[in-house]
Write a protein that binds this ligand. Sequence first.
Ligand code: URA
Ligand code: URA
Length: 219
Amino acid sequence: MRHEDLIYAPSTEERRTKRLQAWETLIEAVRECRKCPLCNSRTQSVFGDGPIDTDLMFIGEAPGADEDAQGKPFVGRAGQLLNRILEAAGIARESIFITNVVKCRPPNNRVPAVEEMMRCDPYLQSQISLIQPKIIVCLGSTPVKWILKTTEGITNLRGRWFDWKGIKVIPMFHPSYLLRNPSSKIGSPKHLTWLDIQKVKEEWEKMRTRSPESDAGRN
Ligand code: URA
Ligand code: URA
């Protein structure tokens, strides 16, 4: 008997098919989720937006009113500012995956409760393990605290690289915070965010110019 007959090794194509099926199943599960009370007040859940094949993932807090209405993340005022930040840095929004810690809008845009984040976390973890991003950008203190399990303030954390399960994580200010602090003076939150997004872009570029073999493990 040949070695190959003893060990079942799925082909790259089989693994890819399975991964895409798991993605579709996850989308469906989030759409129908009733694991926490936010499902009672939502119009719809907001899974996230962007390709599964990306190295770069952005995580916000929770959908707001516009996101709840449209079913897409970061489409309101904060989203429009995020779009401008991405565009200025030369990062195409269509090439990144954007989601939130919780997939349903908390009433009156309050910060999601720990219990809600706990119930929703398996969706976020599944998104991360199916995408296998190399970089995660955390927008504002909610995703930073949730992912890095830290109590340190965003002002100290932003613009620094952290390792989380082999993924490079960088916190940035939330675009809503920038809307409330519109100054662009040197050292202002907007100016610091501009420096941070350029760091992200630089790191991402480095990865994209690396040899394709470094991606061989993913399919
Ligand atoms: N703020 C967030 O944190 N997420 C969105 O999707 C929109 C606004
Ligand atoms: N507080 C937050 O929650 N996010 C920010 O980006 C800044 C302050």
